[in-house]
Design a protein around this ligand. Structure first.
Ligand SMILES: NC(=O)c1ccc[n+]([C@@H]2O[C@H](COP(=O)([O-])OP(=O)(O)OC[C@H]3O[C@@H](n4cnc5c(N)ncnc54)[C@H](O)[C@@H]3O)[C@@H](O)[C@H]2O)c1
Length: 255
């Protein structure tokens, strides 16, 4: 297995003045995103439920000039709380709709209540967060919304029907919002990760499973959160100025 790279990610000077919101920034890929945007000098607000890991992350990123990573405790399935939090943060330039939950379930497990709960955690908040921040982005002259998709539904993986339904919907949502918001210079894209090595993923994948994934990928590497962050930074930055309405894959060539 290739160990995580410590090579520096590109610096995009334009990101230093940006105000960024990242959902699910308290762990996993989101933690990598928060760290990467702070390293660009951006003002980063991240929303999560996990107070302990989120507080540790915000404190760890505290710089001499004051923290540029601000944690907001917010359950994204509570739309009132989401709206209140985004209103408190004010106008922003970049929204990364990252949070999700990939709990396993079979078709027979799905009740109407479970359906609503899974869609709420994996799809609904992306729409309402985008709705809340779009007017402020327009006031600031434009913006970038980056939605986190998943390779899972492209592969047709087992026991993830509602997660995969949500992730398929996110790709459709990306196309629709890119059309609707493009005239306000708001770009909307979707990043599609392959299997990313995060603490939570070790719950689902053994070392043998990981080796199997690497065997199936064209590149014989594991993907880490900083690989996803590289793509997100590009799409958020001036480098991605002409990119909207599309999917950008970071899957080491698995599909
Ligand atoms: N890790 C992978 O292999 C992989 C693969 C494909 C796609 N993705 C996608 O990347 C994104 C990040 O995945 P990850 O692996 O880092 O997940 P993760 O579970 O490690 O982290 C998700 C974060 O979102 C937060 N969160 C979940 N529900 C929330 C809620 N209701 N309110 C507030 N915060 C909430 C969690 O507390 C956690 O900090 C997700 O959209 C996921 O679907 C991940």
């Amino acid at each position: 297995m290739t160990p995580p790279s410590t090579s520096p990610i590109a610096i995009y000077p334009g990101l230093a003045t940006k105000r960024v919101v990242i959902t699910g920034g308290g762990s996993g890929i989101g933690e990598g995103l928060v760290t990467a945007f702070v390293e660009q000098g951006a003002e980063v607000h991240f929303l999560d439920l996990r107070d302990q890991s989120s507080d540790i992350l915000a404190v760890g990123l505290d710089g001499e000039a004051g923290s540029r990573a601000i944690y907001h405790q917010c359950d994204l399935t509570n739309l009132e709380a989401l709206k209140r939090t985004l209103t408190d943060i004010g106008d922003i330039d970049i929204l990364v709709n990252n949070a999700a939950n990939d709990d396993r379930h079979s078709l027979t497990d799905i009740t109407p209540a479970y359906f609503d709960e899974r869609i709420a955690v994996n799809l609904r908040h992306l729409i309402f967060a985008s709705q809340a921040v779009a007017p402020g982005m327009a006031r600031r002259g434009g913006g970038s919304i980056i939605n986190m998709g998943s390779i899972s539904w492209h592969l047709g993986q087992a026991d993830l029907a509602l997660y995969e339904t949500s992730k398929a919907g996110i790709e459709g949502l990306t196309r629709a919002l890119a059309r609707e918001l493009g005239s306000d210079a708001i770009r909307v894209n979707c990043v599609v990760p392959g299997n990313v090595k995060t603490p939570r993923q070790s719950r689902w994948y053994s070392e043998e499973d990981e080796a199997q994934i690497v065997a199936e990928q064209k590149l014989k590497v594991r993907i880490y959160p900083h690989h996803i962050a590289s793509m997100v930074l590009f799409l958020a930055s001036e480098g991605g100025a002409a990119c909207t309405a599309h999917n950008y894959w970071v899957d080491a060539g698995w599909l």
